[in-house]
Design a protein around this ligand. Structure first.
Ligand SMILES: C[S@@+](CC[C@H](N)C(=O)[O-])C[C@H]1O[C@@H](n2cnc3c(N)ncnc32)[C@H](O)[C@@H]1O
Length: 180
């Protein structure tokens, strides 16, 4: 896979607060995850991280957001995300759903999980409680904004993932782990 080519195309076509280094690392994490299972993105916004995941896999991609957030780049919607992904001939299953609500009817095994929602200990703990049981053997998790400006979030990552899972790397603020 040509990571530079895809990172540039994603950068040109989909707005978002994520560097090309981060996009490339997400794609690498997806590529190194098991071949069977869903790839899940918690926190879609305008679809940048979702595009990175879709570009790196032919497995089903599920992307979830409440679409209630109005960020610096404006309001998003499933329609807007669909249109952004279509610019790159990509496609995902877009769910308007809280990432900390039960999902058992939606998902079975997850091979890759990307987390980028509300960066607090409370939110991340709720998401990990729900999603970790779905992770496939050797499944991969990547998280955005591993940065000291979110101390509770960082401590939760250190305690629940860094101590027990295989560390795959930290690129700008995206950190990745593989289930042991
Ligand atoms: C930083 S943005 C995600 C950026 C996105 N990953 C990208 O590549 O541009 C965070 C998103 O998380 C969503 N969000 C926050 N808390 C949520 C929750 N509990 N359930 C679903 N979505 C949530 C917000 O609506 C917002 O769109």
């Amino acid at each position: 896979m040509d990571y530079d080519y895809w990172a540039e195309r994603i950068e040109k076509n989909i707005p978002g607060l994520m560097s090309q280094n981060e996009v490339k690392f997400i794609m690498r994490c997806v590529k190194s995850s098991p071949r069977k299972g869903y790839c899940v993105n918690l926190g879609t916004y305008l679809g940048k991280s979702t595009a990175a995941i879709c570009a790196a896999t032919s497995q089903e991609v599920i992307t979830m957001d409440t679409f209630k957030y109005t960020g610096r780049l404006g309001q998003s919607s499933p329609k807007l995300v669909r249109a952004n992904l279509a610019k790159l001939n990509l496609n995902a299953n877009i769910l308007v759903h809280s990432t900390s609500a039960k999902v058992s009817s939606i998902v079975r095994k997850v091979s890759f999980l990307f987390i980028d929602t509300h960066h607090t200990a409370r939110q991340l703990n709720a998401e990990l409680d729900i999603w970790l049981p779905y992770m496939a053997a050797r499944g991969v998790i990547a998280l955005h904004d591993y940065h000291r400006k979110y101390p509770g979030y960082v401590t939760t990552i250190d305690t629940r993932l860094k101590k027990h899972w295989e560390f795959l790397g930290l690129h700008d603020t995206v950190i990745g782990f593989r289930k042991p």
